[in-house]
Design a protein around this ligand. Structure first.
Ligand code: NAD
Length: 338
């Protein structure tokens, strides 16, 4: 996985979630000699179907763990010789952070601090642990229509309680690198889409509501712009960084390079659902609602650092990936219908 690193046991936090489970499903298959320990507290967004899929892999074990509970984390490190952490676990939905920010402070900041505390303890015992922190482009705040895309050097300017807690956790990781010699990698990705994403997020929500004939709420005028990244491309980008051994205490942005307004993407999805799956007339379901508080206007990612370092690029076109995604939700209603 990482050349010359002798990594054989990886702790993956939040591995039952959307991106963490995609990472595990790919890595368990690709790296049969590595043991993956999945620590997740099975929060509201989890589907038992994901757990069933992961359990098919012999090199995957699941430990129900809350990263806010440092004793539980210490137990894991007592029982397993971990040599790398991939940290996906987070409260991840901006709307929830506006309603109830404390959970975000606890998981995203204190939970990350707990992991870093344990890594430092392990380091003091002579066990060096690589730390990959999964973060978001939202730490950089918002762009207008003509501003240049975010680079790794863009200033942090988070707008929501979610992005503020992610920015805080990024800064903690960097501080552990400078102060305690932590070997880390931070990746800041744009909006992911693909199979196994909980229906609170835009793309699965539109698909679900269209199939269920429910209103499709759109914030404000729908003109906010997002960069979309297919989850499989995201995992490939991460693996391409590992392959280059790029744990050099650096940050890499990962974006799909496809920018589109929210209303455009909703109309594209409804078009595919009509043409390929027979759900017609769904544009009637679109309902414009009061804008989200502190709503960022545009996210846009400059990928050049990642591309130059690894040669990575998205595998297929955004439209093909969206079709594959929609197909998955239509075929896997038992995954998301509780
Ligand atoms: P998700 O909500 O689907 O998954 C998060 C997982 O973390 C869940 O399985 C949940 O049970 C677990 N979790 C939450 N609190 C926990 C706690 N206290 N202890 C242990 N486990 C806990 O989110 P996701 O979309 O898979 O996001 C994964 C990571 O990627 C997050 O760090 C998020 O900030 C980041 N990210 C996501 C996106 C995106 O578009 N989804 C974009 C940029 C960055």
């Amino acid at each position: 996985m990482i050349p010359n690193s002798k990594i054989n046991r990886i702790l993956v936090t939040g591995g039952m979630g959307f991106i963490g489970s995609s990472f595990l499903l790919k890595c368990c298959k690709k790296f049969p000699n590595i043991e993956f320990i999945n620590a997740d507290n099975l929060s509201y967004s989890f589907s038992p179907k994901t757990q069933e899929e992961l359990n098919l892999h012999k090199n995957h074990s699941f430990l129900k763990t809350d990263i806010c509970d440092i004793d539980a984390l210490e137990n894991i490190f007592r029982n397993y010789q971990i040599n790398m952490i991939v940290h996906f676990a987070a409260e991840s939905h901006v709307d929830n952070s506006i309603e109830a920010p404390l959970r975000f402070i606890n998981t995203n900041i204190s939970g990350t601090f707990n992991l870093l505390t344990i890594v430092k303890q392990q380091q003091e015992k002579g066990n060096s642990i690589y730390f990959h922190h999964i973060s978001t482009d939202e730490v950089y705040g918002s762009l207008n229509e003509i501003e240049s895309p975010f680079t790794e050097k863009s200033n942090f300017a988070p707008s929501s309680p979610y992005s503020a807690t992610k920015a805080a956790s990024d800064l903690l990781v960097e501080a552990w690198g400078k102060t305690y010699g932590l070997k880390y990698l931070i990746t800041n990705c744009s909006n992911n889409f693909g199979p196994r994403q909980f229906s609170e997020k835009l793309i699965p929500k539109v698909i679900h509501n269209c199939i269920n004939k429910e209103n499709i709420p759109i914030y404000g005028s729908g003109s906010n712009i997002r960069d979309w990244l297919y989850v499989e491309d995201h995992i490939d980008a991460i693996l391409s960084l590992y392959k280059k051994g790029l744990f050099i205490n650096e940050r890499f942005n990962i974006g799909g390079g496809y920018e589109v307004t929210n209303i455009e993407i909703v109309k594209i999805i409804l078009g595919i659902l009509e043409k390929d799956h027979g759900y017609s007339g769904s544009e009637m379901l679109i309902k414009y609602v009061e804008d989200r508080k502190g709503h960022d206007f545009r996210y846009s990612i400059n990928n050049s650092k990642l591309r130059l370092a690894t040669g990575w690029k998205p595998v297929a076109s955004f439209h093909e990936q969206l079709k594959t995604t929609i197909n998955w939700y239509v075929k896997n209603k038992n995954w998301w219908k509780k």
